[in-house]
Design a protein around this ligand. Structure first.
Ligand code: HSE
Length: 415
C-alpha cells in the first residue's frame, strides 16, 4: 500500500479524493498497489465526509510521517505551497502538484531539489488541466526539436471571446455570464489580464527548451480592451480573435515569448477551439504540427491528471522521472518590442472612414485596409506587416498627434 497526503481540499483536492475513490480498482491495477490517502491538510472542518478522520491542520504531522512518500499539493498560490513542497522534497517525499503559479515561479528550483534527492516533482495538471501536455512534450515528442508552441491556454477568456464572436455579446456581459456559470473566478483579473495564460506558456517554454522562463520576463496582454468592433474586423479579415500564449525558438538561440489577443486565420487549427476548451499546438521538426484539445480546467479533468502523476510516482518510487530544466539564462528572452510581426490597427478620426485611413496611410505606406460591415463613420481598420512593436508604437504616437484616436492594435498570428 502506498500512503499519500493531499494538501488542500478545495476544487482540485476534493476532485483528487473523488477520482481515487471512484476509480479504486483500475488505479490499484495500474499503480500495482493500493493508494491510501493517509492525510488531508486543510484548515477547514469537513465533519460529514466519509474520510473526515483523515483531516489534519498541521503540515508537520505529514512531514514527520516517514510512511508518506508522496504529497499532492492542491492548495494553489505560491505560499505556503512553495515552502511545503521544498520541505517535502528535502524529507524524502515526492511532490505532485496542479499549481501553475508554483511551477512557473519555482519549477527550476524544485526540479533541481527533486533531482538531488532522487525524488519526483510532477505537474501534469498545471498547464492543460485534463489535457495531457507535459508528458507528450517531454516524452512522446522527445525525438523532435520543438520550434514553437502556441496555445489557447485559458478557458475563461476563451469562453468570453467565443460569446463576443458568436453572439456579439459585450466583454462585461460575457464575463458576467462566465462568472454565473462558474467558468470565471469572482476576481477574474489573472485570467482576463493574461497572467494565468502567461504562467502556462512559461511552463511549456521551460519544458520544451530546457531553460526556465519566468512570467515577469514575458510580454503579457489580456483581453479587457477587445471590443465588438475589433471582433468584427477580425471576421472581415478572415478569422477570429483568440488569447494566445506563444513561444518560439529564434535562430539566435533566444526565445520569443508572449501572451496576447491575436487575429488568427479561420484555417488555423486553433480557430475552432471555442467556449471553455483549450487547444495547444506543438510544432516539432519531425512531427510537424501536433494539436492537443480538451478541457483545460475543472475539478475532475484536473484531478485526473493529478492522480495519473500519483500513479506514475508510485510506479517509480526508486527511479526518477525525465523532467528537468535549467534555471533562467540572462537575456534568454528576446524583447517583444524588437521582434517584427504583423499587426491590426483600429482607429477613429472625424466622420469619414476613407479619410481616416488616408491619414494612417501617410504613416504606414502599404498598409492594407479592412472594410467591415456596418463600419462606424470615421472608423478604420488596417493591417501593417513586418514591423517591430517599438516602431509601430512610435508611428501610432505620431498618428495620435495628428488627432487620430487609436482604438486598438492587435497582433496577427503567424501560425
Ligand atoms: N481560470 C483558469 C482557466 C483555470 O480559465 O483556464 C485553469 O487554469
Amino acid at each position: 500500500m502506498a500512503d499519500i497526503a493531499v494538501l488542500g481540499h478545495g476544487v482540485v483536492g476534493s476532485g483528487v479524493l473523488e477520482v481515487l475513490r471512484t476509480h479504486v480498482d483500475s488505479i490499484t491495477r495500474r499503480a500495482k498497489e493500493e493508494i491510501h490517502v493517509k492525510y488531508i491538510l486543510d484548515l477547514r472542518e469537513f465533519p460529514d465526509l466519509p474520510y473526515a478522520n483523515s483531516f489534519t491542520k498541521d503540515f508537520n504531522v505529514i512531514l514527520k510521517d516517514a510512511d508518506v512518500k508522496i504529497v499532492v499539493e492542491c492548495m494553489g498560490g505560491l505560499e505556503p505551497a512553495f515552502t511545503f513542497a521544498k520541505q517535502c522534497l528535502s524529507n524524502g517525499k515526492s511532490v505532485v502538484t496542479s499549481n501553475k503559479e508554483l511551477v512557473a515561479a519555482k519549477g527550476a528550483e524544485l526540479l533541481a531539489l527533486a533531482q538531488r534527492n532522487n525524488l519526483n516533482f510532477l505537474f501534469e495538471a498545471s498547464v492543460g488541466g485534463g489535457i495531457p501536455i507535459i508528458r507528450p512534450i517531454s516524452q512522446c515528442l522527445a525525438a523532435n526539436e520543438v520550434g514553437e508552441i502556441a496555445g489557447i491556454l485559458n478557458g475563461t477568456t476563451n469562453f468570453i471571446l467565443t460569446k463576443m464572436i458568436r453572439e456579439q455579446m459585450g466583454f462585461e456581459e460575457a464575463l458576467k455570464m462566465a462568472q454565473e456559470l462558474g467558468y470565471a473566478e469572482r476576481d477574474p483579473s489573472a485570467d482576463v489580464e493574461g497572467a494565468d495564460a502567461c504562467r502556462k506558456i512559461c511552463i511549456l517554454a521551460s519544458l520544451a527548451f530546457g531553460t526556465h522562463v519566468y512570467p515577469e520576463n514575458v510580454h503579457t496582454e489580456g483581453i479587457t480592451k477587445i471590443t465588438l468592433g475589433d471582433v468584427a474586423y477580425a471576421g472581415a479579415w478572415g478569422g477570429v480573435i483568440k488569447l494566445i500564449g506563444q513561444v518560439s525558438m529564434l535562430e539566435s538561440g533566444k526565445i520569443a515569448i508572449l501572451v496576447a489577443p491575436m487575429f488568427i486565420h479561420r484555417d488555423s487549427q486553433l480557430a475552432n477551439v471555442d467556449d471553455v476548451f483549450n487547444g495547444i499546438l506543438v510544432r516539432g521538426d519531425a512531427t510537424g504540427d501536433v494539436v492537443f484539445y480538451g478541457k483545460g480546467a475543472g475539478k475532475l479533468p484536473t484531478a485526473s491528471a493529478v492522480v495519473a502523476d500519483v500513479i506514475d510516482c508510485v510506479k517509480h518510487f526508486k527511479a526518477r522521472k525525465y523532467l528537468f530544466w535549467e534555471d533562467a539564462k540572462p537575456d534568454y528572452v528576446e524583447p517583444f518590442e524588437k521582434i517584427p510581426g504583423d499587426f491590426f490597427v483600429h482607429i477613429q478620426s472625424g466622420e469619414n472612414s476613407a479619410e481616416a485611413f488616408a491619414q494612417a496611410e501617410e504613416l504606414f505606406p502599404g498598409a492594407s485596409r479592412i472594410i467591415r460591415k456596418e463600419e462606424v463613420p470615421g472608423e478604420a481598420g488596417f493591417c501593417v506587416n513586418g514591423i517591430t512593436p517599438e516602431a509601430l508604437e512610435e508611428r501610432l504616437r505620431s498618428l495620435e498627434q495628428k488627432g487620430v484616436a487609436l482604438l486598438n492594435r492587435i497582433k496577427i498570428s503567424d501560425f
